[in-house]
Design a protein around this ligand. Structure first.
Ligand code: BES
Ligand code: ZN
Length: 850
């Protein structure tokens, strides 16, 4: 299958180095093509007759080196390169390479592509770009590797009156042939190809200056500019924050933010011209939920962080992608916390990133943070939770170990030392080492070079606390097969609510430390590991949780690890369920997120219809006290997280069949139909519960709402609810709707995933996968991370028949960029089935007894 491409060496020769590109592109927004010419100034370090650069789906008309035309143009489609052969040997020195070419504005959301929207009843087109990781080569022949930095002089030929945006400000606009003008942009800083951007279309914008006078503008398609205010304010504040924090001025004089109607990921950090999908940047004062607003702030903080970490200092090769993504995924919280201190965003990190990473990295089919990659498919594959969330989590662990000041100063040192250059992981460690004088490289080595992480077993031995480490696997089958003896250097802090925490570095298999009653291990969950307490240690923690003596993040960590240990077969699941009663006074949003997610896994994997009533009873008992506190109505000046918590609690209770709640939901859904305004924080749960209880009528209503809606966030809320119906026939219609032209290709996967997450929808989803696979391949099948995200939606099923179905299908069908994801799905389903076999009976007994 796809493995054939693996290790195909696609790296370019280091003897030909670009210095400067003069690129002129002329997109045709009606016929979806473009023509281009470029002059690349190159340095040749070793005499040669051939020059190879990247090129994909581009037709080259003429090539000239200085005065000599190329004899031959050889395309290599597999390697995505083109080689020019010249009549004479080219001597070592500086040369100019002049290339004329044409290409297509494709519909794949990659390279130079087209997007469209309807305004005032008419379809309008946009030409825009998405180059990371390896798609600049679809827009112009180039040396498309992150370490081949150069200065770019961009010109765009556009219909007069259209907005043309690139990384820098226009320096001139010159009349071209009839109706066109040439917009010339000032030279970019020295940078990598994947950060370049061109956008042409009709846009509105609002603008504001940063403290230092950088002009920040947010662009939307016509009619949406009122949704841009929050992101403009946030972008300016985050920019000011980072300039101060990194102690380096943002090097451009403008920062453009552009909302693009069709966009494959969430956002892209093009230097000075950051592009977003609409739901990641547009906020409507009246109709947006706080959860959306929070998401938008995090995404902005993430992409702006890249302007330094990624754009100014760039990874040498994709093996070190995590430097970009892990770091940005960490620092986005720091910035958001500075701007919105009441959001309790760091606690949320524990579920949104740390929790996600611990989960994926507990599979045998995970990968080390640093991993050799060659082919674009392999590169696309690593934009995953390991690079992002594990990366962020080990940075956080290190930040905690170094202390705030050392951490910040280390970053400043690193960014200044390597500005406009490229780095590997080791360079970051060296910077921290220099500033902190601590052995950072040694400590961090296994965290980035090895797969997985340890579980720390804690027990009492002669009044001492004995700690030992071994790799954690969520699947007992994987553990059995593994011979992994990795030992990590684990910074562990432990403490009780009344004693200061003690910090140790566990650098061997086991150790003993002094013990105080009620010791919690991994204070603030700052370490990237799980803890398995012996029974007697756990008993001591029970009452401290009940009385909420620990911080929320610590309360959360304990129950999360208990759920994970159950899944791994280290403790019986009923132990975790018993411990849950310690959380009856719980009032923190994020802790509840963790509890709800643990229970929903148990529900999905272990339960059968027979004991549903007992399980629902448990849910109702658990969530009722907090529900009584919160009520339906948002209180004046209520905590941000209480607003988030309300919808979670309603959702859990509604799904458990709480009559009063479901009645009220029906009423609210009717209110929405009547055009009444309802609290946007509750809209998502109202739609979800409506489809959960609903039938054909509700389906029709949701569909017509989806079609009419212009706020993208609201479209997503409705789309996410569509997968919750219990009736398979309706779910089949949902599939067809998701595949129809009513749904943008970027949003299809989200709707389909909601079907896979619904236990009544799994068979429908699997059939849809098979039936529509050819279409998925055309939309998402050219590498990238989309197919991987898609197949993972099914991995909560415990049914081996689903596993058999998937394996059979994928032995005969290619899944480019999703090879590892599929292995992960198989491993998880196998483990789910085993978990069910092991624990379903005892859970049933437990539920019946309580
Ligand atoms: N650099 C990425 C965009 C990207 C993602 C390019 C995948 C190529 C492949 C960007 O900085 C990013 O990480 N975006 C995230 C959102 C972020 C807040 C986690 C995304 O798009 O999911
Ligand atoms: Zn990123």
């Amino acid at each position: 299958m796809q493995k054939k491409n693996t290790k195909l060496n696609v790296r370019l020769s280091k003897d030909v180095v670009p210095v400067k590109y003069d690129i002129k592109l002329h997109p045709d927004l009606e016929n979806f093509t473009f023509t281009g010419e470029e002059i690349i100034t190159i340095n040749i370090a070793k005499e040669t007759k051939e020059i190879t650069l990247h090129c994909k789906e581009i037709e080259i008309n003429t090539v000239r080196l200085n005065k000599d035309f190329a004899n031959k143009i050889k395309y290599d489609q597999k390697k995505e390169t083109v080689t020019f052969v010249f009549p004479k040997k080219i001597p070592k020195s500086k040369h100019t390479l002049v290339i004329n070419f044409k290409g297509i504005l494709n519909d794949k959301m990659r390279g130079f592509y087209r997007s469209s929207y309807i305004y005032e009843g008419k379809v309008h087109n946009i030409a825009t770009t998405q180059f990371e990781a390896t798609d600049a080569r679809r827009a112009f022949p180039c040396f498309d590797e992150p370490a081949q930095k150069a200065v770019f002089h961009v010109s765009l030929v556009v219909p007069k009156g259209k907005t043309a945006i690139s990384n820098t400000l226009p320096i001139s606009k010159i009349e071209h042939e009839a109706g066109f003008e040439v917009v010339k942009f000032s030279p970019t800083p020295k940078m990598s190809t994947y950060l370049l951007a061109f956008i042409v279309g009709d846009f509105e914008f609002i603008e504001k200056k940063s403290k230092r006078g950088v002009i920040v503008r947010v662009y939307t398609t016509p009619g949406k500019i009122h949704q841009a205010k929050f992101s403009l304010d946030t972008t300016v504040k985050v920019l000011d924050f980072y300039e101060e924090y990194f102690d380096i001025k943002y090097p451009l004089n403008t920062l453009d933010v552009i909302a693009i109607p069709d966009f494959s990921s969430g956002a892209m950090e093009n230097w000075g011209a950051i592009t977003y999908r609409e739901s990641a940047i547009l906020v409507d004062d009246m109709h947006s939920s706080l959860a959306s607003k929070q998401w938008v702030a995090l995404v902005i903080a993430h992409e702006l962080a890249h302007q330094w970490f990624g754009n100014l200092v760039t990874m040498e090769w994709w093996t070190h992608l995590w430097l970009n993504e892990g770091f940005a995924s960490y620092i986005e919280y720091l910035a958001t916390d500075k701007l919105f201190p009441k959001w309790d965003i760091w606690t949320q990190f524990a579920t949104a990133d740390l929790g996600i990473a611990l989960r994926l990295d507990s599979l045998a089919n995970t990968h080390p943070i640093e991993i050799p990659v060659y082919h674009p498919d392999e590169i696309g594959e690593i934009f995953d939770e390991i690079s992002y969330s594990k990366g962020a989590s080990i940075i956080r662990m290190l930040a905690d170990y170094l202390g705030e000041k050392n951490f910040r100063d280390g970053l400043r040192y690193y960014l200044k030392k390597h500005s406009y250059k490229n780095t590997k992981t080791i360079h970051l460690w060296q910077a921290f080492e220099k500033i902190s004088k601590k052995p950072v490289s040694k400590m961090m080595h296994n965290w980035t070079s090895k797969s997985g992480y340890p579980v720390i077993k804690a027990s009492l031995s002669k009044n001492k606390l004995q700690l030992s480490q071994s790799r954690f696997f969520s699947s007992p089958i994987s553990k059995l097969k593994s011979k992994d003896k990795t030992l990590w250097q684990v910074p562990i802090s432990l403490g009780t609510p009344s004693t200061k925490s003690q910090k140790i570095l566990l650098d061997k298999k086991q150790t003993k430390v002094s013990y105080s009653k009620g010791n919690k291990i991994n204070i603030s969950e700052s370490g990237f590991f799980r803890t398995a307490y012996s029974k007697e240690l756990l008993v001591d923690l029970y009452s401290l949780i009940l009385e909420k003596k620990f911080e929320p993040i610590d309360r959360l960590g304990i129950i999360r690890d208990l759920f994970a240990l159950s899944e791994a077969g280290i403790i019986p699941t009923t132990n975790a369920l018993e411990f849950l009663s310690a959380y009856k006074n719980e009032d923190n949003y994020t802790v509840w997120v963790e509890i709800a997610s643990g229970l929903s896994k148990i529900e999905q994997v272990l339960l059968n219809k027979k004991i549903e009533p007992e399980f629902n009873k448990l849910i109702v008992e658990l969530f009722t006290p907090i529900w009584k506190k919160l009520g339906w109505e948002k209180k004046e000046n209520e905590n941000h997280t209480d607003s988030l918590l309300r919808s979670l609690v309603i959702s859990r209770l509604g799904h458990a069949g709480h009559e009063q709640i479901n009645k009220e939901v029906t009423k609210m859904f009717n209110d929405v139909q009547k055009g009444k305004h309802i609290n946007p924080d509750l809209k998502g749960v109202v739609y979800n519960l409506t489809s959960f209880q609903g039938g054909k009528k509700e389906y029709k209503t949701l569909i017509s709402m989806y079609k009419k809606e212009t706020l993208h966030e609201e479209k997503n809320r409705i789309g996410g609810a569509l997968g919750n119906f219990k009736n398979e026939k309706i779910l089949c219609e949902v599939v067809e709707f998701a595949m129809s032209e009513n749904v943008r290709v970027q949003d299809t996967i989200g709707i389909l995933s909601s079907i896979a997450l619904n236990s009544a929808g799994r068979s429908v989803w699997l059939k849809a996968l098979q039936y529509h696979w050819p279409t998925f391949l055309t939309h998402y099948g050219d590498g990238g991370h989309s197919l991987g995200r898609m197949v993972k939606a099914i991995w909560n099923t415990p049914e081996t028949k689903h596993l058999t179905y998937l394996k059979k299908f994928f032995t005969t069908h290619k899944a480019p960029g999703a090879t590892r994801s599929l292995e992960q799905v198989y491993e998880r389903i196998e483990s789910n089935a085993l978990w069910q076999k092991r624990d379903a009976k005892s859970i049933e007994k437990f539920l019946k007894k309580n």
